[in-house]
Design a protein around this ligand. Structure first.
Ligand code: HDD
Length: 714
């Protein structure tokens, strides 16, 4: 068989490659410092159990999965250059077979996510209430966090209206602890047996499989309006928390009440909270819609970019602590009902430690996709309660990994490997990769010298807290305290600022407006009447439907200012400020502003008519008018010049959107004229004209409040 290629008649002559392929073998690139896997990041020095030499890329040459070096992976083995492919081509078959099986089932919920590695540093304040070793003073524990949306599939957009998952894996010396929470402190349902129902209702309609990653459709509102315990959660994600600005600006909640036990065997009930150092901030709805088109990976990109730039996001872990009373109630609120939260004004959040995310995954699939969380991954000192939602979760998570990760040995996948020693007597099964020694994976035994041994509490064993079991009969029912479905929805809504309330009204109006069935809209309006008369009439007006009478009059709960996102000031690290330039821009002023933004820990993005260099400088621009979009910035600076020409429509679009989304705008040069061309009143709130350094300082101050809130009411 000849290896020389004959020209094909009529085909264009082959062009030589422009960039010659690297031919000198060299070792694979070492991981970047921010791309180390958990097996390499153990600040406590605890060995992770990753077998030596388990790296999948070793050696410089391309090989088969068996390590056979290959000379050609560009052509299949054929009977002549134009002949049929031969069945004996083992390399072709291995390559294609592996490819055919590259996808695994996506998570049934929370399929779309982004992850990061980090460190949890404990303050030691937790020892009062728990014996958990990772909460003792000054302990550092490696963590992996995965943030997610709930409803959409793996390729769906990031900024849809939805609850967000916030799942944290603590690789502690006593075993792995998973805190599998959300960014909303209450849940849709009270009993895990309803989970398939609520999920089926929010997923795309089974006939046409639309809409993707949306709750704005009939089946969801059909369920929520009939199963009214879902109202308490729904009002939270109709509010701004349903469209976070960034994963870095989300609170996290363990939702359920957990039972902790300290070294003296004293128990308490707690709810876990994550408080973001940057504050809780959201997008506005129009921004969220635009981003879904312009940058569907917005949250994923934001997290990875921030970590790569060294702007490590951080959250403080805290607990609300309640006495472990027989009735498991606090201030009249049932601690076992996951649709209820305890206002922080009644039980302040007590800090336990700080989590900092400081490394991006080096491989999305290996880490973020294969990570397997489970609320049943507990450590000594932390136990569960009888919350019926949590009880069902104890079953569901283990079960789902078996089909998702192909068998019961998913704990051996590097991202899931505990960093505590493992000696589990579990054997065999699909994808078993452990090399077990000994002959007696059973207890008691004499053949392996009795090993493994039972541990006592003094050896750090997990001891189930002896809890009296409620007296009564076997029954499919809920406690009477679970019957109240509205008081906390009212409490939440009334705790919001006026502008946040208007966003809630707009969200319900949009969502219900997308339902086809009038009966469903009317039924949901009845629920809104039970929550708040103003909310109900606002939505009814938008829908063009009559305002129904409430079935029960809303109560008058004490508001909880802590749930509002407006009215406080926050650090501005990592906030993005766009600087719009044109061909006549004063480059010195732009560079002064850019340096001042960087010095303040924020991120400048210089926008110019085209890519390349900023006018008369060798400073690169980051965005052109074609690639820049207002949704990428938290504030905008106008550094344009008086050209005598009409303002470029792309600048006008950016400016008017930025203004409409209540973001600060600063500028000099022709800034006032550009604003006027956008029909923006120069006396409006949040406009800052002046010299660059001063403008950057004042815009930075406006950013501490996230948005120019006054503009919404203007
Ligand atoms: Fe769940 C995934 C959070 C109730 C069943 N859940 C999952 C994830 C988060 C949550 C953050 C994604 C984890 C990851 O990133 O891999 N789930 C919650 C919260 C709940 C909750 C805060 C209530 C307070 N979940 C819940 C119930 C059930 C499930 C009641 C079933 C009875 N959840 C699952 C699941 C998932 C899951 C089907 C899908 C993928 C997975 O577990 O690993 O088992």
């Amino acid at each position: 068989m000849s290896s020389s290629k004959k020209p094909i008649p009529g085909a264009p002559a082959a062009q030589p490659p422009q960039v010659p392929e690297q031919t000198v073998p060299h070792s694979p690139l070492p991981p970047k410092s921010d791309q180390r896997g958990p097996e390499m990041v153990s600040p406590t020095g605890v060995p992770t159990g990753a077998p030596a030499g388990s790296a999948s890329q070793s050696g410089a040459y391309l090989t088969t999965a068996q390590g056979l070096r290959l000379s050609d992976t560009d052509h299949s083995l054929k009977a002549g250059t134009r002949g049929p492919t031969l069945l004996q081509d083992h390399h072709l078959r291995e390559k294609i077979t592996h490819f055919d099986h590259e996808r695994i089932p996506e998570r049934v919920v929370h399929a779309r996510g982004a992850g990061a590695h980090g460190i949890f540093q404990s303050y030691g304040t937790g020892t009062r209430i728990t014996r958990a070793g990772f909460l003792a003073k000054d302990v550092q524990t490696p963590v992996f966090v995965r943030f997610s949306t709930v409803a959409g599939s793996r390729g769906s957009a990031d900024t849809v209206r939805d609850t967000r998952g916030f799942a944290t894996k603590f690789y502690t010396d006593e075993g792995t602890f998973d805190l599998v929470g959300n960014n909303i402190p209450v849940f849709f349902i009270q009993d895990g047996i309803k989970f398939p129902d609520v999920v089926h209702s929010v997923k795309p309609h089974p006939d046409r499989e639309i809409p993707q990653a949306q709750s704005a459709h009939d089946t969801f509102w059909d369920f929520v309006s009939l199963h009214t315990e879902a109202q308490a959660h729904t009002v939270w994600f109709m509010a701004d928390r349903g469209i976070p600005r960034s994963f870095r600006t989300m609170e996290g909640f363990g939702v359920h009440t957990f039972r902790l036990v300290n070294a003296d065997d004293q128990t308490s009930l707690v709810k876990f909270h994550w408080k973001p150092r940057l504050g809780v901030h959201s997008l506005v709805w129009e921004e969220a819609l635009m981003i879904n088109g312009v940058d569907p990976d917005f949250h994923r990109r934001d997290l990875a970019n921030a970590i790569e730039a060294g702007a490590f996001p951080a959250w403080e872990l805290g607990v609300q602590v309640f006495p472990d009373t027989d009735d498991e109630m606090f201030e009249g609120i049932d601690l076992l009902d996951p649709t209820k939260f305890i206002p922080e004004e009644l039980a302040p959040v007590q800090p336990l430690g700080l989590m900092t995310l400081n490394a991006n995954p080096k491989n999305y699939f290996a880490e973020t996709e294969q990570v397997a969380f489970h609320p049943g991954h507990l450590v000594p000192g932390i136990d569960i309660t009888n919350d019926p939602l949590l009880q069902a979760r104890m079953f569901s998570y283990l079960d789902t990994q078996i089909s998702r990760l192909g068998g019961p040995n998913f704990a051996q996948i590097p991202i899931n490997r505990p960093q505590a020693p493992v000696n589990d007597m579990l054997r065999d099964g699909m994808h078993q990769s452990a090399d077990y020694a000994g002959v007696a994976p059973y207890r008691p035994n004499s053949l392996d010298g009795g090993c493994p041994f039972h541990a006592g509490s003094q050896d750090g064993a997990f001891i189930d807290i002896p809890q009296p079991v409620a007296e009564g009969v076997k029954i499919r029912d809920a406690a009477a305290t679970f019957d109240d479905h509205y008081s906390q929805a009212t409490l939440f809504y009334r705790s919001l600022s006026t502008v946040e309330q208007s966003h809630v009204i707009e969200a319900y109006t949009f969502e219900l407006g997308k339902c086809y069935e009038t009966a469903i809209r009317e039924r949901q309006l009845k629920s809104l009447a039970n929550i708040d008369a103003g909310l109900c009439s606002g939505v009814a007006a938008g829908l063009g439907l009559p305002v129904p009478e409430p079935e029960q009059q809303p109560g008058n709960p004490q508001p909880s200012p802590a749930v509002s996102q407006v009215g406080r000031k926050w650090p501005t690290d990592g906030r993005v400020i766009g600087i719009v330039t044109d061909s006549g821009t004063d480059a010195d002023k732009v560079l002064t502003a850019r340096d001042a933004i960087t010095a303040a820990g924020m991120v400048p993005l210089v926008i110019a008519p085209t890519g390349g260099m900023l006018t008369d400088t060798d400073e690169p621009v980051q965005r052109s008018y074609a690639t820049a979009h207002s949704t990428e910035f938290d504030a905008l600076l106008l550094a344009t010049s008086e050209t005598g020409e009409p303002v470029d429509p792309r600048i006008l679009l950016m400016v008017t959107e930025t203004f409409r989304h209540a973001k600060a705008i600063g500028g000099w040069g022709s800034a006032a004229a550009v604003l006027a061309a956008g029909a923006i009143d120069l006396s409006a709130a949040g406009l800052v004209l002046g010299e660059p350094e001063d403008v950057v300082t004042r815009v930075g101050e406006l950013l501490t409040e996230h948005r120019v809130w006054k503009r919404f009411s203007a």
